[in-house]
Write a protein that binds this ligand. Structure first.
Ligand code: C2O
Ligand code: CU
Ligand code: CU
Length: 515
């Protein structure tokens, strides 16, 4: 394999350069070595005209990929093509992951989604503020061979988002088989590493059988607790290695795993410097010794490799944070106690510093603007709406209800252009990453109703970043997490759910109704 095609095999995104290289050679590399970046990733998409509309074809289809070198695995994959607009808007991943879509704030985007799967599906733009009929909800799912037309304006600030299927009961399996991709919004941002120095890592996990095929939901426990794969898979491959220059980098992290909440560290013990959470720049950077990233959450990191010696390696390590605190009520499952949490790190990606000139850099002092709303703006400042999370009869519940299609109860009915305080109250023995569609929110307080899992929380607490806007929040067993949500002006039904996809699929999903 030549250098360029091996770089394609990485599934590393970004850049007109990468897009051209990939069209020249789209096969993956059966090298028998770790997938490796032999160069940096090519320039980030320089979109040629900020105001130019974009028209895409996007499809989901069964295909094959090499998750481990030399082994062919059946997967599902998104593909896309620019029908009209900047060709650099679609950058193939080189793996089973969907192409990275590069768009701009304010841009009008038309996408025809074609379902080439043997199963119904629909595409959701995770984190994007869009009208109900553009949101990719389960009720909009289309059958095999059918299409769904999207037409919306990018209303979010620049940042890191993603897209994935959302048919009810099938999301976990479809994402697991490979249906997920990054969506990067460009626009006015402070001076941050760009081009070659703007990387993205999609962190997932998979279990491959001895036949090289994906295994999913092997046990009752998988269904109940959420599926955790045996192997970390980053950017669609095991043992990802990335060559970097001795310069500062922005590294966009997405936890694209079905259920594994990851605790991430650098192998040399240095702090992780976070600059953005769930698509929004933090007012100022935050340093953490370890970073908690739940399924669906994104955090953009900043790291300066200029202080490293040529040839030096640094690993991004990931530990699973799964706990079951106390007995799983009535489920007949084990009764592991959540009082401690053993973090056992595995390598998610390896960075190798090349023999290049050292060019140190620094972060701008201010990054994003402070959130424009808070507790004081809420219509219910002293009486948060309670949303309980519970586990019984071997399944998970939201306010003792489950998914019932496009419907909402009184508590879930809200007024457009208001801010409300909600409190997720976790009465379940498991942690749940709760997500609201298209309504970035602020985490305004955390407290305990039952502190029996406080010991395990203490192991990861310093890695929780609550200072910026989020669209997904981790709620530990026994915890009460208050959020301030700004409901915006799109009317209709929008989903909120646990982003452990097996929980979502089994009904831990509801709507809020904006009236
Ligand atoms: Cu990633 Cu309903 O969302
Ligand atoms: Cu979403
Ligand atoms: Cu859950």
């Amino acid at each position: 394999m030549n250098e360029i095609s091996r770089r394609d095999a990485l599934g590393l995104f970004f850049g007109a350069g990468a897009a051209l290289a990939i069209s020249a050679c789209s096969s993956t590399a059966p090298t028998g070595e770790p997938a490796r970046s032999t160069t940096t990733m090519g320039p980030a998409a320089e979109l040629d005209d900020a105001t130019r509309d974009l028209t895409l074809k996007l499809w989901a289809e069964p295909t094959t990929a090499e998750i481990t070198p030399g082994v062919t695995t059946d997967v599902y994959s998104f593909g896309a093509e620019v029908v009209d607009g900047d060709p650099a808007s679609v950058v193939p991943s080189g793996s089973y992951l969907g192409p990275t879509l590069h768009v701009r704030t304010g841009q009008r985007v038309r996408i025809t989604f074609e379902n080439r799967l043997p199963d119904e599906s629909i595409v959701h733009w995770h984190g994007l503020v869009v009208p109900q009929d553009q949101d990719g909800q389960p009720s909009d799912a289309v059958g095999p061979g059918a299409t769904y037309d999207y037409d919306f304006v990018i209303d979010n600030p620049p940042g890191t988002y993603w897209y994935h299927p959302h048919p009810h009961g099938r999301t976990g399996e479809q994402v697991y088989r490979g249906l997920a991709g990054l969506l990067i919004i460009h626009g006015d941002e402070p001076q941050l590493p760009s081009g070659d120095n703007d990387l993205a890592l999609v962190l997932q996990d998979r279990t491959l059988g001895s036949d090289g095929q994906l295994r999913y939901l092997n046990t009752m426990h998988d269904q109940m607790a959420g599926f955790v794969g045996a192997t970390l898979v980053t950017n669609g491959v095991t043992n990802l290695t990335v060559d970097v220059r001795r310069e500062p980098y922005r590294i966009r992290l997405l936890n694209g795993a079905n259920s594994r909440t990851q605790y991430l560290t650098w192998s040399d013990g240095q702090a992780l410097t976070a600059i953005a959470t769930d698509g929004t720049l933090l007012p100022e950077s935050v340093d953490v010794d370890g970073l908690v990233l739940t399924p669906a959450q994104r955090t953009d990191l900043w790291i300066d490799f200029s202080t490293f010696e040529p040839g030096q390696q640094i690993d991004l390590l990931s530990s699973d944070t799964f706990i079951e605190s106390g007995a799983m009520m009535g489920s007949g499952m084990g009764s592991g106690m959540g009082s401690t949490l053993d973090l056992i790190p595995s390598v998610a990606a390896t960075f190798v510093v090349t023999d290049s000139e050292s060019r140190p850099g620094s972060l701008p002092e201010s990054l994003g603007t402070a959130p424009t709303f808070g507790v004081a703006d809420a219509v219910n400042p002293s009486a948060s709406k309670e949303v309980t999370l519970s586990t019984r009869r071997a399944t998970h519940w939201i306010n003792n209800s489950q998914w019932e299609g496009r419907a909402a109860n009184d508590v879930e009915t809200v007024k457009a252009n208001t801010v409300e305080l909600w409190e997720f109250v976790n009465q379940s023995p498991m942690a749940h990453p709760m997500h609201l569609h298209g309504r970035p929110f602020l985490v305004t307080s955390r407290s305990w109703d039952d502190d029996s899992a406080a010991g395990s929380w203490a192991a990861i607490e310093s890695g929780i970043i609550d200072s910026g806007l989020r669209d997904t929040v981790l709620v530990w067993p026994g915890q009460r997490v208050q959020i301030a949500v700004s409901f915006g002006d799109h009317l209709g039904y929008f989903l909120y759910h646990c982003h452990i996809l097996e929980h979502e699929d089994s009904g831990m999903m509801r709507n809020f109704h904006v009236t």
